[in-house]
Design a protein around this ligand. Structure first.
Ligand SMILES: [Mg+2]
Length: 220
């Protein structure tokens, strides 16, 4: 006995020959399955010869990870010439100009996370102020970094190995970290979006310069 696929019934056939009818010229599929590709949902539908349509799953959002110190804030035990934005313990924290605007811009386009090589208590306090109301996949501190000795400086370097974040369902190709310290992203340099270190200047404009590369990333 021949097995008859239930999908065969969906294929329009010629009344005279019984063969599958050909697509209407100028369309990507037969009239019964062709839809104008105007919206995002329609763009996810691919039509192939043979009349079967396959719905493609939309690409998951990219994960954008923010470093904190010298990327979004500058913390110091000594006051600068202008007042700090908030305090964490003995530290005066200066928020980088446009930090909140960049976070809101990014939150609309990416899944967000934070990874700092500072202490867990410090990260929690800064995140509470800076990312208020913004959902994060995680907020990691130095405990998640890999500690290594830098032979050149003979000091410790705290490496952020992004493979640890793959457990949240993102491949390395769909992760980007904004960080002022390239040595901390040395294991995945292709995932690194570099930014100049922020030392508290009120006229710093490094963050608005990230909008264009972030927009380009969203399309990758
Ligand atoms: Mg940093």
């Amino acid at each position: 006995m021949l097995f008859e696929s239930p999908y065969d019934e969906r294929i329009p056939r010629s009344a005279s020959t019984g063969r599958p009818s050909l697509p209407v010229p100028g369309t990507l599929g037969p009239p019964h399955c062709h839809r104008p590709r105007r919206c995002r949902e329609d763009a996810a539908i691919r039509h192939y010869p043979g009349h079967l349509s396959i719905r493609m799953e939309p690409e998951p959002r990219r994960l954008l990870i923010f470093d904190l110190d010298e990327t979004l804030v500058h913390a110091s035990e000594f006051s600068l010439a202008h007042p700090c934005d908030f305090e964490v313990g003995t530290y005066l924290v200066y928020q980088r100009p446009f930090a909140r605007e960049l976070i809101e811009f990014a939150a609309a386009r990416f899944d967000l996370a934070v990874w700092s090589s500072s202490s867990a208590a410090y990260v929690a306090a800064v995140v509470e102020r800076l990312f208020a109301g913004v959902p994060l996949r995680f907020a990691w501190s130095v405990e998640r970094c890999v500690q290594r000795v830098d032979a050149r400086s003979n000091s410790y370097v705290y490496i952020k190995d992004l493979r640890k974040a793959q457990k949240f369902g993102y491949t390395l190709e769909r992760m980007t970290i904004i960080d002022d310290s390239p040595e901390k992203i040395a294991r995945q340099p292709r995932c690194h979006l570099s930014v100049t270190p922020f030392t508290g200047a009120r006229d710093d404009v490094a963050l608005p310069a990230l909008l264009q590369p972030l927009n380009a990333l969203r399309l990758v």
